[in-house]
Design a protein around this ligand. Sequence first.
Ligand code: NAD
Length: 512
Amino acid sequence: MSHPLLERLGIAEHPRVVASATESSDRVVVSYSPATGQPIAGVRLDDEGSYEQTAASAVEAFKRWREVPAPKRGQVVRAIGDALREQLEPLGELVALEVGKIRAEGIGEVQETVDIADFAVGLSRQLYGLTMPSERPEHRMYEQWLPLGPIGVITAFNFPNAVWGWNAMLAAVCGDVTVWKPSLLAPLTAIATNKIAQDVAEAMGHDGIFQLVIGTDEAVGKRLVADRRFPLISATGSCRMGRAVGQVVASRLGRCLLELGGNNGIIVEPDADLDLAVKSVVFGAVGTCGQRCTTTRRLIIHESIADAFVDKLASAYRTIRIGDPLETSTLVGPLINEQAVASFERAVSAAREQGATLVVGGSRVAPSELPEHLRGGHYVQPTIFRAPGSSLPIAMEETFAPILYVFTYSRLEEALEMHNSVDQGLSSAIFTSSVRSAERFLSPSGSGSDCGLAYVNLGTSGAEIGGAFGGEKDTGGGRESGSDAWKAYMRRQTCTINFGEQFALAQGIRFE
Ligand code: NAD
């Protein structure tokens, strides 16, 4: 019997889905519910041969798709957005089922894909190039943006729908075809999502625009990254993955769009609205069970308010309902798997050994504290540590779990230095009512926050799609989603036309 959500989404009979599989093999990967530890279904894996077929068909599909005028491509994306709207609830629930985020966040994730589809529809009439005056008489100069090619999209487990959306919806209006390699921890969401897009595009007469390869990194991931037919590889995941992918793509002089790990901090000044700050820190630190790239991992708080603030945080943490992500009263679901629990436990031990003081949490949730059906799940307690001083080595790493490290400071300059001391540079925030402190954090000289995202009086996670999303330093430098992120999916051509009869050279060079 297939899971009812697979039936609702029309993928129970999908050729890739093996509903009865309970164990992974060379050919099938089983997707497990992190909430229960039970298998949901198996998914057939691609191998070298089927990868090759997909890549070759993407090249052919690109040749057809780029000939479709951009506003017409936008019509296809509009219809995909509408189809996703219709499936918002079951698809959001499948996200929650497969990766363990709570139902509201699962649905919110699909809403993000709907939003980026809307954005992309508008964009399909706004792929503007500049015109510039030529220095030569009777010459005209302008630039145009052209489709780039088939795009390889590699996604992480924790946003199994929206990260594809950010890439695929923009790539589609830009005239590109997407080949998506999802995480093997969330292949069912990928099949359901891709099917919606592919069905709509096919019904409108466009085959092969959205393709999927599901396989191991050895058989499929590395092959895609090294494949010269893909001028752009957009890869979301850990810094470790980004280093490997970045090197291979650079060695073939391809383009990379890297969206990697974060180690995000919030600075709280003594003049901040503390209620607002507490709510934002709690959501940022425990939302998605600490498994967002933008999760708040470090709180850097003025020493004069630290004790009272941490007390409030700890009280809030004690009221958090941990449990089944599909139950509406749950605020925190499970970690993705047992490896994630082990890395949570390693970080907790390291923090203790390095002299940090445990404030709240610190353990996995004992199976005896869980209802029977959740006892195979991977639940941990949201955790707060106070650092012994301004440095704590474990806090320099991204542990993909709900652990918040608290540091104190006396001067804002000191807080900024601590904030910027980590290798990653994704998201950052300050809570203050002082214009001076806020502007210092956002200083136009670049000496404030060193991150790609900087917020004042709101937390580090929950970005809107309208802005360009991404981070600096070890986060990889990529930008996706809004603003002019679309330019990554196109190639720029500078065009110069001589409409006169003179042979005129730039820089006044005479060659006669
Ligand atoms: P991961 O690095 O283990 O895997 C990410 C993806 O990369 C998977 O699809 C994986 O199969 C693939 N992959 C790994 N090595 C590869 C290789 N050598 N060649 C080709 N593909 C390869 O990450 P994860 O555990 O799935 O996700 C968590 C990480 O992702 C965290 O570090 C998180 O911060 C990051 N993340 C970043 C963003 C962002 O936008 N910056 C968004 C979501 C997640």
